[in-house]
Ligand binder design. Structure first.
Ligand code: ATP
Length: 302
């Protein structure tokens, strides 16, 4: 029997208002050791607010927030946390090495500079001034600063925005290494392939509320959408009018359909064209699932 890894931080029924706007509405979220949890949601869904509560940068209006069993923001909790937020506000004039030494000095057992450089891909940048680095290089420095204290709990708020493909993959490798060492990571990202590649758990929020939670496969399975592909002469415009069909596109001989009703649509396709061939039906990817889960219009009213 495999044991469930311990919860290092949690929100329980957490709500937060900004004036009249309810940005988080009774959110439950648990971050477990050795797991990447991805917090997904459209712009303004409440992801940064949730991170702000766990870091103790914001206070909850209702519910509880615990980090290592302590209130967030206490010095004992902060020593075991690393965070890479959307805005870093680091001094432009300091060199990368000076920044690293400064932040490492806050911790009793910091990661070596060599390890930080290797994990964050900072080769050749240590003597450069932070303010003179490119946006992607600055993001890598921010990642190095977030991990230099060997955090047990790491918050990464859109960490790969602005990174090129190689740097992004380097950062993914580093995240996997940290998690394999037992750290818990909370990742917010708009790149669904990133969430798909890294996450042990996915939490989808919409207007501050949880709409789905589970492994990537479980969240995908929550949605009924399927993608159908077939070589057929059937008219795309006619298929678009069939019940349960959301999208239809033709590319040469190939017809591509997104549907909520795979079986009836497949039956109808086969009836319509006995010469149909190369039929494929696929479950929705995380991107499709995410869109379907956050599209429900009646959630607005609540
Ligand atoms: P994004 O993907 O754009 O970063 P997010 O999911 O992180 O969005 P939040 O930044 O948590 O969303 O914002 C949630 C809601 O709260 C939004 O409607 C936002 O406009 C509002 N909000 C956030 N911070 C403040 C603030 N300081 N004052 C007023 N409203 C705020």
């Amino acid at each position: 029997m495999t044991s469930t890894p311990p919860v290092l931080a949690r929100l329980h029924g957490a709500s937060r208002r900004y004036g009249g706007l309810l940005a988080l509405d009774g959110l439950d979220l648990s971050l477990r050791a050795g797991q990447v949890t991805s917090l997904l949601g459209a712009n303004g869904a409440g992801k940064s607010t949730a991170v702000g509560l766990l870091l103790g940068l914001l206070a909850a209006d209702a519910g509880t927030v615990e980090v290592f069993g302590l209130p967030p923001g206490t010095p004992a909790a902060r020593r075991r946390i690393g965070a890479m937020l959307q805005s870093a506000g680091l001094p432009d004039r300091l060199r990368v090495r000076e920044l690293l030494d400064l932040v490492r000095s806050y911790y009793s057992d910091p990661r070596s500079v060599v390890d930080c450089v290797a994990l964050a891909g900072l080769e050749g940048l240590l003597d450069r001034r932070y303010g003179k680095l490119s946006g992607g290089q600055q993001r890598r420095v921010q990642f190095a600063l977030a991990i230099c204290g060997r955090p047990r709990l790491l918050f990464l708020d859109e960490p790969t925005t602005g990174l090129d493909i190689e740097a992004r993959q380097g950062l993914w490798r580093a995240i996997r290494e940290l998690v394999a060492g037992g750290s818990a990571v909370l990742l917010t990202t708009h790149y669904l392939e990133e969430a798909e590649a890294l996450s042990d758990r996915v939490v989808v929020i919409d207007h501050g509320r949880l709409v789905a939670e589970g492994s990537v496969a479980e969240v995908r399975a929550r949605v009924s959408q399927r993608r159908i592909r077939a070589v057929t002469a059937t008219d795309a415009g006619a298929v678009a009018a069939w019940p349960g069909v959301r999208e239809v596109a033709r590319e040469g001989d190939v017809l591509r359909i997104v549907t909520d009703a795979a079986e009836p649509v497949v039956r109808r396709l086969l009836d319509a064209d006995p010469a149909l061939h190369d039929l494929e039906v696929q479950r929705a990817g995380l991107a499709d699932a995410f869109l379907e889960l956050t599209r429900t219009p009646d959630r607005e009213a609540a």
